[in-house]
Ligand binder design. Structure first.
Ligand SMILES: [Ca+2]
Length: 508
């Protein structure tokens, strides 16, 4: 038995050693079918982002070892993106890309912002999204939206970088990257898991024996109730299903028979709690008769984690599937959170937009989390594109000629269906080439058989990469040969550095 129940009825996975822990310009034809009032109004926007949920953690992708009827409803009522990407395979930078519509490396957010030592001994107190970079909350506020956020921020702890300073009229949540679901204090203690919960700029009184996922849902519903009569933007950033893995018994009871794996059923219960929250948001929108004028987006910030929370973290970098991983989603895709393989960056991503997107739409070209800002704020300065004309079919072809990923040494570039990637995990640390149309699982490395293509992609990646600033808070990537010419893929792959020599070997 992997669970223990405490006196409050909260159960936890057995105490494993934790690894750490424009607004809408109504399209004329479609909008004409809408009642006049709605066609003239700006739509409300509810953006739901889940944490560490992989491709296989939603029912609408065909998995029956989870229960996500309300998330599935979003996909059913609108579009599901079969190749939806985030811009990073970890929490902070992925959220920075999502909320700015700009590759986060361009403004120094290539990695999770460190809040170590906050408030008195923090080495990088301004780590986070700089105030010079506009965020969707600020852009929509300029357009007359009332803006609210519940949940996990993870984009800076300094007062000037917090949600309430970044365009959110309302904020209820925590500032760091992971949090206990059942308790918080009013101190920035060493144990960040119990850091304060803020209501706007004020700390809430400490609480115990709560369930944070439910509280975030309560606050989301309250925000909609208070603001239903004006255009609003609500960013619901659940920390579910990031560790620590805790869930009230009533949710676990509902998922206990889903599979033979108690671990998997447990994770399904955490997912279900969040899905219930999405259902409550639906109910609130219906209650106020604004469901037809509300866009709902769901996506997750990165793929399933590799072994977070495992007691015995496997040391074998070559292992792609590990024993004891049965609580996380099993997907066809290679790699995990932290990788630039598909398993780290290709995520559940769907959107309903009544009157603009037909129910049951599948959009199959690659799209990016970067695209949401220009989709909702026409003309916003962004690396993304307005997705509506593509989804509606008035624009043919791919929204993105190229897509880029870079986090520390890990990187990837996708051009068409070709992808060049370098991971130091989930396989040998060689530079690999895949054709995703033929090999979406990234099993067949073509770098050796197509060296010229690999080198062209490497060159294209370097053109982009060399424009990026060195990271003020984490240093530059170690494998950027900015000052000494390009990396020769074939030569590099012939003489692979040992994993622990990687950084030394290629740093210039
Ligand atoms: Ca995450």
């Amino acid at each position: 038995m992997n669970f223990k129940m405490d006196k409050t009825g909260m159960i936890k996975l057995k105490q494993w050693v934790l690894g750490i822990g424009a607004v809408w310009v109504a399209g004329s034809a479609l909008a004409a079918q809408q009642p006049l009032r709605q066609a003239q109004d700006r739509p409300n926007i509810v953006l739901v982002m889940a944490d560490d949920m992989g491709w296989g953690d939603v029912g609408y992708h065909g998995y029956d070892d989870v229960m996500t009827p309300n998330i599935d409803r979003i996909a059913k009522e609108g579009v599901q993106f079969t190749q939806g990407y985030v811009t990073a395979s970890v929490c902070g930078p992925s959220r920075a890309g999502l909320l700015t519509g700009v590759y986060q490396q361009k403004f120094g957010c290539g990695e999770n912002p460190s809040s170590s030592g906050w408030p008195d001994n923090c080495k990088y107190p301004m780590a986070g999204v700089p105030t010079s970079q506009p965020m969707i909350s600020e852009l929509l506020k300029e357009q007359g939206y009332t803006t609210g956020m519940v949940g996990k921020w993870h984009l800076g702890v300094h007062e000037d970088l917090r949600p309430h300073s970044r365009g959110f009229d309302f904020y209820y949540g925590f500032l760091n990257g992971s949090h206990s679901y059942e308790e918080w204090t009013n101190e920035f203690a060493k144990n960040k898991s119990k850091w304060p919960i803020f209501r706007n700029n004020e700390m809430e009184p400490p609480q115990k024996d709560i369930y944070l996922t439910d509280l975030f849902s309560d606050e989301a519903v309250g925000f909609i109730d208070r603001n239903h009569d004006k255009p609003f933007f609500l960013y619901m950033a659940y920390n579910a299903i990031h560790h620590p893995w805790e869930v009230p018994a009533e949710y676990a009871e509902r998922t206990k028979d889903l599979t033979n794996s108690e671990n998997r059923n447990f994770i399904a219960a955490m997912i279900l709690a969040m899905d219930d929250g999405v259902g409550r948001v639906y109910d609130e929108l219906e209650k106020h008769k604004i469901l037809d004028n509300t866009v709902i987006v769901f996506l997750t910030d990165n793929g399933s984690p590799r072994g977070q929370g495992l007691k015995h973290a496997p040391k074998d970098n070559l292992l792609e599937r590990m024993d004891g991983m049965d609580y996380m989603s099993l997907t066809p895709y290679r790699g995990f959170k932290g990788d630039t393989y598909e398993g780290g960056i290709r995520v559940p991503f769907c959107m309903r937009w009544p009157g603009q997107i037909n129910p049951g739409t599948k959009y199959e070209f690659p799209v990016s989390a970067l695209d949401l800002v220009p989709t909702f704020v026409k003309g916003a300065k962004s690396d993304g594109v307005d997705l509506l004309p593509y989804i509606q079919g008035s624009k043919k072809g791919r929204p993105h000629d190229m897509m880029y990923w870079r986090r520390d040494t890990e990187y990837a570039i996708r051009k068409g269906d070709w992808k060049l990637t370098w991971n130091t995990k989930s396989g040998t640390p060689s530079i690999k080439l895949f054709n995703l149309a033929e090999d979406p699982e990234e099993r067949v490395n073509l770098a050796k058989s197509q060296p010229e293509r690999a080198q062209i992609l490497q060159r294209l990646f370097e053109e982009w990469d060399n424009e990026l600033p060195d990271n003020e808070w984490w240093g530059g990537p170690w494998n950027r040969k900015r000052h000494s010419g390009a990396i020769d893929v074939a030569e590099f792959n012939q003489n692979l550095p040992a994993a622990n020599q990687l950084r030394k070997k290629i740093r210039k």
